[in-house]
Structure formats: structure tokens, C-alpha cells
Design a protein around this ligand. Sequence first.
Ligand code: XLS
Ligand code: NI
Ligand code: NI
Length: 435
Amino acid sequence: MTDFFKGLSQVKYEGPESRNPLAFRHYNKDEVIAGKRMEDHVRPAIAYWHTFAQEGGDPFGGRTFDRPWFDKGMDGAKLKTEVAFEFFDLIDVPFFAFHDVDVAPEGETLAESNKNLRIIGDLIAANMQKSGKKLLWGTANLFSNRRYMAGAATNPDPEVFAYAAGQVKAVLELTNELGGENYVLWGGREGYETLLNTKIGQEQDQMARFLTLVIEHAEKIGFKGQILIEPKPQEPSKHQYDYDVATVFGFLQKYGLEKKVKCNIEVGHAFLAGHSFEHELAVASSLGMLGSVDANRNDLQSGWDTDHFPNNAGEMALAFYYIIKQGGLGKGGFNFDAKVRRQSLDPADLLHGHILGLDTLARGLKGAAALIADGEFDKLLDERYAGWNQKGAAAMLKGERSLEEIAAWVHAENINPQPRSGRQEYLENLVNRFV
Ligand code: XLS
Ligand code: NI
Ligand code: NI
């Protein structure tokens, strides 16, 4: 045991009336909602980077957090691992997620970095064994080091592409050995700063090649997890090729990879792309691309990916609507990818942030389950499209009628459609009853 969290004990569910700030009021992992334990719906994961590696810096100032593992190399990384597993137990969450550089320091060469990763990987494996905690996903950080300033897979320099490939190979293999359920590719710098130095077509070919290599290697080593792309429109790049779910799908389709990859959708990224979170989920679900979620939201005044913990139960209810409707997230889950603010210095603040996140998700889940159980919402939606079940309409949709035949049908039956209310406010009231 380390003494980082001394004086703190495991967070328990105490119900909505509890005044204990270190208790869950809504998240009750064993409570059965819509036929499944809450924890199995949510499959929550702690983001190693924001919870343990984040220093509290912002563009105008550096580190505010005082963590005993900072600047301590491999000894620090070992301590951080122990503290991380203590935290997973305190907050009582089954999963975690990491980038290579969150868990182990980078070396001077790829070989040195891989050696560090291997040592800490073994320590993580031992802790997983002891605690029963699981890896939701692993990923390689291909954006912080200056070698990646012009992209990793999309870099004009093939040596950078190769280095990134070497890095991903090691992290994918470790993810596989740790039984990771997903492998994520977020291309923070796979885009451009200025079009003046950028060949978009060339860069997209490179990105597709890189992804294909990852998929092939995953198959070769017997990785059973899902490969996920995390869309984001910008930041740190001015423009990122994985702009949003629809863009990612178009890209995958062009290169014939749409059956091999799903999306990891982040609340704040959806907003940066000019969408709502539920829009991205609805699009992904309709394309069979909804794999997993990063639950962090933005401060909507700031215009950036500020990685706040979720606090909007209404937004999460609409998200869970699509998730429950598609039968759950499968191998995916809810990674928080959220950080406490730079003034939130205390170890207990990490618990407060995650309690907020889990309670918000629980309220959203319960709201969505109640909305679905009530049935009126789905019934109204089905009724709105019911005309398409009729014989002539169904034939039209299936492509069994030509434009000429459809026109002749309108004339023969004297078809003259009458507009009907879209009932938006009625529906908003209906949702309000459950959320
Ligand atoms: C950054 C991304 C990042 C990914 C993992 O905006 O959200 O944290 O989730 O590389
Ligand atoms: Ni993310
Ligand atoms: Ni993000």
C-alpha cells in the first residue's frame, strides 16, 4: 500500500438522500436496469493519462499538481502503477485505459521505450491478476513527442511513419497480452496545420496503409478485441482527417476497412465537430460503427476539448437510448477521459470527479431505460414512418419501382400528401418525464 490516498476508503452506493460527499447517490453497480447490472451497461474505465499523468498545466501555466511519481523515471512509473490500482479499487470501477507514455517513461530510442513499457506492463499484469481489474483499451501516444509534430501515419517523412508503426506494434502486443478488449487509434496530429504544405490524398493513403498494418498485425497475433478510431475534428491539428463519425466511415469505406473498425465517440469531440453527442451515437449506431465512448464533455464557453467529467444526465439519457437500442456497447465501455481542474489539488478530488461522472451516467442510464420501458417514444417514432410498411411504399424503397412508375402511381391514385406535425415539443415533454 502507498500512502497517496491515506484516510480514504472505497466509495459505496448510499442512495440519493446521502449527504456523504464520498458516496454514490445514483451509481449502484449491482442494481439491475433493463435486465443488466448497471456496471455491465456502463463498463466504466479510468483514463490513466488524465487521472495519474496529468500535471494541471494550461497554456498559461505549468504544473499545479504535486504527485510523488512526477520526474522520478522508472521508480515513479512503478509507484504510479501501485497508486493507479489503489484508485481503481477505491472508486470500484472494473476497467482502465492507457497510452504507452502514461504508464512508462519514453527512452532515447524505441528499443529503450519498449523495454520500459515491458517492465511496467509486467507490473500492470501482476496488479490485474491480483485485483481482477481489466483493460478496456490500450493506445499509443503518437502526438506528444516532437517527432510527431507533422503527424505520425500522415507524416511527410516515412521514417516517422515507420517509428510510429514500431511503437504501435509494441503497444498492441502489450494490449493483447493484458487481455485488452479494444485498441484505440486517436490521430491527434493526423491532419494539417496549413494546406500550403499538405498533400491530402497522399496523407490519407498513408493513414489507410497504417491502419491496415495495425489490423493485419492484430489478426496475426490473435487479438480478439475491437479496433477503434476516435473521431475529432481539430485540436491539436487545425484540421484532423478523423473529423467525425460520418467522415471516418467514408474514409474506411474508401479503403475497404469499414467492417474491421468501429468508433470510440467522445462527448467533447462531437461538440467540436458541430454535433451533439447523441447525433454522433445515432449516426454510428445506424452504420454499425458504435464501439465505445469517451464520456468527457467540454466547457462550452471555452471552445476547446477541456475534458470535464460528465455532469449532464439529460445528454447521457439520450446517449444511453441509442446504446440500449443497439443492445449495448459489446466490448466497448465508458472511458472517462476526463480530468479534474488544475485547482483540484487533492487526491480526494480525483474521487469527487469520478463520483460525478458515474452518478451522471447512472441517472442517464435509468432515464433511458424508463423511456424505453414506457414504450410511447418508440411507438411514436414507428408510427411516423409506418407509411413505408405499406406495399407500394415498401416496393418503392426496395428499388422495385422506376421514377416513371412512381409518377404514374401518383396520378392514378390522385396522391396529394397532407403534412403532419413533427410533434417536437410533445416529444421533448415526453423525454422530460423520464429524465
Ligand atoms: C484527445 C483524445 C485522447 C484519446 C486517446 O482529445 O480524447 O485522449 O482519447 O488518445
Ligand atoms: Ni478521448
Ligand atoms: Ni479528447
